[in-house]
Every structure is written in structure tokens, then in C-alpha cells.
Design a protein around this ligand. Structure first.
Ligand SMILES: [Ca+2]
Ligand SMILES: [Ca+2]
Length: 534
């Protein structure tokens, strides 16, 4: 059950900041998203060499949820579930192939979290990777989105097998730290935090690291010596089904564990991942310092989350895309002015961010949202809590987590059950244990009753009635062409409609032919990194 550290009266603080009638009285919100960060932060103890003093100090001044889980185990479904407050099994956004912008009928029917705050009288701002894909138009003010890496600056480190995703690489990088994508993101956010705003603000800040490529600055990389590797056991797979194997080992864009264990790569990847976490933590520190020195220090709610966790060799596999603890469990902190602090080990969902924030800020409820407000746990982390956390990967594959157990059910009916009190690594599948049929049945009750068809199931055509194919496909074409160009997207999207049409696509192709320094020109026009656009 939950433990409570130094809990000071929070109820009064909450009342104070939510009873004002005009929007001017409402608290600001700083929403911090971190990409692909598992529990390797020091306040969660996920890795002995994790060092995150800034995330720790945020945890010290808020509630740290130590048993928090994402709803989708990759960027797109996880972020859609957070930003629209609905489960993947309710929206049909199950994977990364289909950005929400492709579904105008969905956007017309449902209101995103920033749009809801805008309707509530807020000024909304965003920078970096908050939305997956091109959904930046959900906020009024859009800062730089420099992308997962900087081609031309970031240097490849490893020779990779053919077919791996273009971003798969890891190792130190040697250029000016001010040019690193997350430094650019933090700098823009700091400017917004330092400014005065006429309305309360909703500022969402998305950091790219520790997502691949694990490219930290060399200074940070060198803060680590020999690294400790995650634990694996032989024959871990002997009690798992073909469905588990197919779902978690068949993605050819992810390196195999065999490749990762060759030539000391496992050590190097863990080293680089840990260094990326330290680097992102430094950027989070810059945000906290700026906020503390600003006029908004005492009136800003801070939420920090990772969109999902990550395997670095656990279960002899890599990346996300699983229903195990390694992928679903994430750092999640909510800090509300009023100096409450503590920890909660109750199972909670990132789906709760939407209803919790509108609850804390006194905005109108949104009937679409499926999560529950975490306000009871924020007021009393040791109080009663009857909910579980559900995670989904593809249609009809789910995991249910309570205080002690994880239950997994795949679409073919095969099951897993793990006892986190005795088996934190999830090595022993207890699903067929006769003593645990009641435990299994009680968890099974929480499987989603609705599992809608996948949007754009084959990644090519749209099968949903009323939906239409958009010119976004040309952006995918562009992405294949240039691996990762998210940062340059606003430069190509000349008419600002969030899509790349064929004219814009052709224009950038011509531009590239004419100018060998086209990336620098794009950067200059977008104000990256020194004078970010507002
Ligand atoms: Ca992610
Ligand atoms: Ca096993």
C-alpha cells in the first residue's frame, strides 16, 4: 500500500487555487514529457547508476507515483491516450503508423488537453515532442520541434545490420551542448517561464532523449564509468507463449539481443542510455530553476511523465513494444503549489493526467475522458484506492496491474501472471498456478470491454467509415527519404496546415538540390537554436 512522507495540508492549497472565478486566478500548468524513459531515475531506484537530482527534487516537492503505467507501449498510442484522455482500445490508435492528424473526424469529435485548457481561458504553448507526429496545431504557440537528432551534427557511432530503424545508434557526441535538441527545447521553455503572461498558461515541454539514438554530450557520457547491466536469466522464455514472442520479438527494426551482446554493445548502450537520462535531467533542472526564479513559482502545477518505459536487454530484448513492467512502468510526478509531498505506490494510469488537471484547475469536465482524477491521492497518498492500471499493445492484448500482480492476456487467449512481491523481474509466469485462479479472475475483470478496430490497420489504407486519406503520406515518404526530419517540418509546411502536400514536398526536394547547406538555411529560418520562433 501507499506510504506517505511529509504530508502537509494540501487540501487548503488546492482550495486556494481552484476556487477563483476568473481565469486570472487559475494556476499555470507545466507539463513535462520525457520520451522512452523507464524507471532508471534515482528516486525510483530502477538502476543503481541512475542519477537524476532534478527529477528527484521535483519528486520531493510533489507526489511521486511509483506504480504508474502508460496505456500504450509506444509513442503514438501512449501520447494520444494522455492528450485526449482515452484508451487505445477506445480510439483505435494502437501503434505508431497512424498519426492522429490523419483522422479529422476524430479531431472534430474529441477535444485535446491543450484545447480544453484554451477553452478554459488559458494561453497554450508547446515545444519539442509532446504530440507524436504533426499535432502541434493543438496549442496556440508552438516552439521548436528539432526532432530526434540533428543530421549533419550527430555522428554515427555503430555499424548497424541492414533494416534497423534509422535512429538506432548510441554513443557520445562532441558538438556544442547548446545545439543539442533538448537544450534547444529547454531554452525556449525557459523563455516562456521567464515571461509574464496575461492569462494563465498551459506549457507542454517534450524532451527527446533518452529515445534512440542514445546520443548524449560527451561531457555527460564521461560522468559514467563501468555500467551495471540489467539482470536476465536463462530459459526466461520457456513459460511464454508464441503470442508473446510474436508481439515482442518480431520487429525487424529493433536490434536483436544477440547483436547487442556482441562487441560490448550492451555495455555501451546502457552507458549511453544512462547518460541521456542524466542529460535530460539537467534540462529539466533548467526548467525548474527558471520557474522558481519567475513570477509563476508559487502558482504553477508541474506534471512530469515518460510516455512509456524501455527494455535494455531485460527478457533478452530491446526497446518498448511489450506488456511487461519494463515497458509499462514510468516515472510520474505531480507537484501542486502548496508544498505537498510524498509517494504513492497505488496503481495509477497516465490516462489520469487529463481529468486530474482539469479537476485541479477547476475547468469543466470532459465526458470523453476515461481516466479517474488523482486528486484523492494528491490530497492523501495513503488513502484508499480501488483502481488498477491497464496497458494495451495492439488490439486485444492487455496487461492489468494492481498493487501486487501483473496479469497479461494476449489476443489469442494466452495469459501471464506475475507476483511483484516475489518476482520483480517477471521471470516466473504463474498464470497456470491452481492456487491463483481467484487472483487471475479478479484481474481479468478489468480488461477493457470495448476493443475497437485498429485505425488504418495495414498502415496503408483507411478502413474506418467517414475517414479519408490525407496527403500526410507524402510526409512518410519524406521521412523514409531522410530518416528523421521532424525538426524541419514547419519549414516545409509553407501554408501551415499541418500537412505536406505534393507541391511542398517537391519544393523542398528542389530546395535541397539548389542548396547544399539547406539544413542550415532551414534552421536559420526556423530560428533554431538561438532565436526560437514564438
Ligand atoms: Ca516514446
Ligand atoms: Ca519466464
Amino acid at each position: 500500500m501507499s506510504m506517505t512522507a511529509r504530508l502537509v495540508p494540501l487540501t487548503c492549497a488546492l482550495l486556494m487555487i481552484t476556487t477563483g472565478s476568473s481565469s486570472a486566478d487559475k494556476p499555470n500548468v507545466l507539463l513535462i514529457a520525457v520520451d522512452d524513459l523507464n524507471d532508471w531515475v534515482s528516486c525510483m531506484g530502477g538502476h543503481p547508476q541512475a542519477k537524476t537530482p532534478n527529477i528527484d527534487r521535483l519528486a520531493d516537492r510533489g507526489i511521486l507515483f511509483t506504480n504508474a503505467h502508460c496505456q500504450g507501449t509506444m509513442c503514438n498510442p501512449s501520447r494520444i491516450s494522455i492528450l485526449w484522455g482515452m484508451r487505445p482500445s477506445s480510439t483505435g490508435f494502437y501503434d505508431n503508423h497512424y498519426a492522429v492528424n490523419k483522422e479529422p473526424s476524430f479531431l472534430a469529435r474529441h477535444v485535446s488537453l491543450p484545447r480544453h485548457f484554451e477553452a478554459g481561458g488559458y494561453k497554450t504553448l508547446t515545444v519539442g515532442k509532446v504530440f507524436h507526429g504533426g499535432s502541434t496545431r493543438q496549442s496556440q504557440v508552438v516552439g521548436p520541434r528539432p526532432g530526434q537528432w540533428l543530421q549533419g551534427r550527430d555522428r554515427p557511432v555503430h555499424e548497424k545490420p541492414a533494416g534497423l530503424h534509422a535512429t538506432w545508434d548510441f554513443g557520445p557526441q562532441h558538438y556544442d551542448e547548446a545545439n543539442f535538441v533538448d537544450h534547444v527545447v529547454a531554452s525556449w521553455a525557459v523563455q516562456q517561464l521567464e515571461a509574464r503572461h496575461e492569462k494563465p498558461f498551459f506549457l507542454s515541454v517534450g524532451f527527446y532523449r533518452p529515445h534512440v539514438p542514445f546520443f548524449p554530450p560527451v561531457r555527460v557520457y564521461n560522468t559514467l564509468g563501468d555500467v551495471r547491466l540489467p539482470r536476465v536469466i536463462e530459459n526466461d522464455w520457456s513459460d511464454l507463449s508464441d503470442a508473446a514472442r510474436k508481439l515482442t520479438l518480431s520487429n525487424k527494426k529493433i536490434p536483436t539481443h544477440d547483436w547487442m551482446t556482441g562487441e560490448n554493445r550492451w555495455q555501451q548502450a546502457v552507458h549511453a542510455y544512462l547518460a541521456c537520462i542524466r542529460w535530460t535531467d539537467e534540462q529539466i533542472g533548467r526548467l525548474l530553476d527558471a520557474l522558481d526564479a519567475s513570477p509563476h513559482a508559487d502558482n504553477t502545477i508541474i506534471v512530469l511523465f515518460a510516455d512509456h518505459g524501455y527494455h535494455l536487454g531485460e527478457k533478452e530484448r530491446w526497446s518498448k513494444f511489450s506488456l511487461w513492467e519494463r515497458t509499462s512502468r514510468v516515472p510520474f510526478i505531480i507537484s501542486v503549489p502548496g508544498r505537498s509531498n510524498g509517494k504513492s505506490a497505488e496503481p495509477v494510469e497516465l490516462l489520469s493526467i487529463y481529468p486530474t488537471l482539469i479537476d485541479l484547475c477547476g475547468l469543466a469536465p470532459n465526458a470523453d475522458t476515461e481516466g479517474v482524477s488523482l486528486r484523492p491521492l494528491l490530497e492523501n497518498p495513503g488513502g484508499p484506492w480501488e483502481h488498477v492500471a491497464v496497458t494495451t499493445l495492439g488490439r486485444n492484448n492487455h496487461a492489468v496491474r494492481d498493487e501486487r500482480w501483473r496479469y497479461i492476456r494476449y489476443a489469442d487467449g494466452t495469459e501471464e501472471l506475475y507476483d511483484h512481491e516475489n518476482d520483480p523481474d517477471e521471470w516466473t509466469n504463474l498464470a497456470s498456478s491452481p492456487d491463483l485462479t481467484e487472483v487471475l479472475a479478479s484481474l481479468k475483470m478489468h480488461l477493457p470491454k470495448v476493443n475497437v478496430e485498429q485505425m488504418n490497420a495495414d498502415g496503408q489504407s483507411q478502413k474506418r467509415p467517414g475517414a479519408r486519406k490525407t496527403s500526410w503520406d507524402s510526409r512518410e515518404e519524406w521521412n523514409r527519404d531522410k530518416a528523421s526530419v521532424a525538426w524541419v517540418f514547419p519549414f516545409i509546411d509553407k501554408n501551415n496546415d499541418g500537412k505536406i502536400d505534393s507541391t511542398e514536398y517537391q519544393a523542398i526536394q528542389d530546395f535541397k538540390k539548389q542548396h547544399t547547406d539547406w539544413q542550415d538555411r532551414a534552421r536559420a529560418e526556423l530560428g533554431i537554436p538561438t532565436t526560437p520562433g514564438n
